[in-house]
Ligand binder design. Structure first.
Ligand SMILES: [Zn+2]
Ligand SMILES: [Zn+2]
Ligand SMILES: [Zn+2]
Length: 141
């Protein structure tokens, strides 16, 4: 899947009739710079650092819009929903309920469990949407 640059994303939003305010521009460029996943509150804090007065609800709305056009996708982690670039979202999150540590499982590693569920329940799981909660090796020890 191709990596879309911030300016292409901004063009797409504009072509959908969205007015690109300085706040929205700052939100889009910050989220496109982010590696891995980011929570809406962390994103809001970073954008507010550059541009005080950005309303958190603008951050939420912009994230939802970026998801609608396929740029981002969300996953539910221990602390709530976080956003990835859509092309980086193909993994299963493992979150430690004690220390908050995170790990990731590839979809290839999850394939056997996926087959098992499909064969015995006819259910097609999306492991990328919710994290698997549990204890990390350190907390287990
Ligand atoms: Zn992730
Ligand atoms: Zn969800
Ligand atoms: Zn832990």
């Amino acid at each position: 899947m191709d990596e879309r640059s911030g300016s292409e994303v901004i063009e797409t939003l504009r072509s959908r009739g969205l007015r690109m305010t300085p706040q929205r521009l700052a939100i889009v460029s910050e989220v496109m710079r982010t590696q891995g996943h980011i929570s809406p509150t962390t994103l809001a804090r970073r954008v507010q650092g550059e541009m005080p007065g950005v309303n958190p609800s603008t951050v939420y709305r912009t994230l939802a819009l970026l998801e609608q056009i396929g740029v981002l996708s969300h996953a539910h982690l221990e602390g709530g929903a976080e956003y990835h670039r859509a092309e980086e979202a193909g993994h299963v999150h493992l979150t430690c309920s004690r220390c908050g540590g995170e790990d990731a499982l590839s979809l290839a590693e999850a394939a056997r469990l996926q087959e098992l569920i499909e064969q015995s329940h006819g259910f097609h799981p999306d492991f990328t949407h919710f994290a698997i909660s549990g204890l990390c090796a350190d907390c287990w020890a």
